[in-house]
Design a protein around this ligand. Structure first.
Ligand SMILES: *[C@@H]1O[C@H](CO)[C@@H](O)[C@H](O)[C@H]1NC(C)=O
Ligand SMILES: *[C@@H]1O[C@H](CO)[C@@H](O)[C@H](O)[C@H]1NC(C)=O
Length: 305
């Protein structure tokens, strides 16, 4: 159950709507496995323990977590704010079951490759730090990916999803994982910057869209925020990799927990720094708070004082 005392009237998309709360008492516990997986040495005990917490629909367990519903383009957006500053947010039921199923069908037809990691000199290599299969998808190439991308653009305001890398679809089977890391890219000097970095800036924020959850394992942990999330198919979650001054948000460190049973299928959108309206609206250079994700009219009503 997501507890909140957030009862306000808001004005969004020229439509007056109550901000309401909703409950979800569904609660799953992952069995705790003490299995070895390749790459375990890249994990610290604290983060791995965080992985083992029951993590589905437990937003209420975070102190200060708030659930908000509002309308954008006449559609309900259910936002669960796990941490305010920097923002870590779950968007519940962002996609319909049909969208999820169509997207999973598209995934079946794609060739997945073992994913690599990039070192500080920009060299890609495979490593036990990360065990996942992935493939790049140009959103506009397929109806199923275009559909989810249109939903993301229309329901998540204030972020410019046009300045984003192609979708990366990821599949993690048993023993798949990605040890805690930052998405923000670090280069020894500007000489090593690639075209993306030169033209669009660093990875400002990450949206992870969930299409299939593992039967056991496979949460995403944020060790420095003490948070562990494992949202349901059709949900998405979001955080900022950068602070208001464009430097790395250290607290955005996150890891993909080992999978013990089943398959996890997610897709990532990395939004780049250029032409992001949030950056020009920010009042300070530190960690970016969650209310910058609200539609402007709501933000002004609630937070202008
Ligand atoms: C609550 O979560 C369950 C489990 O994932 C989901 O099936 C259900 O639709 C959710 N209910 C609401 C009201 O969001
Ligand atoms: C990647 O794909 C290969 C071949 O299908 C499979 O054997 C392996 O388990 C997959 N790895 C992960 C981490 O899902």
């Amino acid at each position: 159950m997501c507890k909140t005392n957030f009862y306000l009237f808001i004005f969004a998309s020229s439509f007056l709507s109550p901000v309401s709360t909703y409950d979800n008492d569904t609660y799953y516990e992952d069995d705790v496995f003490e299995e070895y997986f390749e790459g375990e040495k890249y994990w610290d005990d604290f983060s791995l323990n965080l992985c083992e917490l029951p993590v589905i629909d437990k937003t209420s367990e975070w102190r200060g977590a708030v659930c908000v519903e509002y309308l954008v383009n006449f559609q309900v957006v259910k936002m669960e704010i796990l941490t305010w500053r920097p923002a870590l947010v779950i968007y519940r039921d962002l996609f319909t079951k049909t969208q999820v199923n169509d997207y999973l069908e598209l995934m079946k037809d794609r060739d997945f490759e073992e994913q690599s990691v990039v070192d500080e000199d920009g060299n890609e290599f495979t490593s036990k730090v990360r065990k996942a299969n992935g493939t790049q998808i140009v959103a506009n190439d397929y109806p199923a990916s275009r559909s989810i991308f249109e939903t993301v653009k229309s329901l998540i305001p204030n972020l410019n999803f046009e300045i984003a890398e192609d979708i990366i679809a990821l599949s993690y089977k048993s023993a798949g994982h990605y040890a805690p890391h930052h998405d923000y890219l670090v280069y020894p000097s500007e000489n090593e910057w690639d075209g993306w970095m030169r033209n669009y800036g660093n990875r400002f924020a990450t949206l992870i869209m969930v299409f299939e959850t593992a039967i056991s394992g496979g949460a995403t942990v944020f060790p420095q925020l003490g948070a562990s999330v494992k949202p349901n198919p059709g949900d998405a979650f979001f955080w900022f990799n950068a602070m208001g001054d464009g430097e790395q948000e250290d607290l955005s460190e996150h890891g993909g927990c080992p999978i013990y049973a089943g398959t996890k299928q997610i897709s990532t959108i990395w939004i780049r720094m250029k032409e992001q309206p949030i950056l020009s609206n920010l009042l300070n250079s530190g960690s970016i708070p969650a209310h910058y994700l609200f539609p402007g009219a709501i933000r002004n009503t609630i937070f202008s004082s």
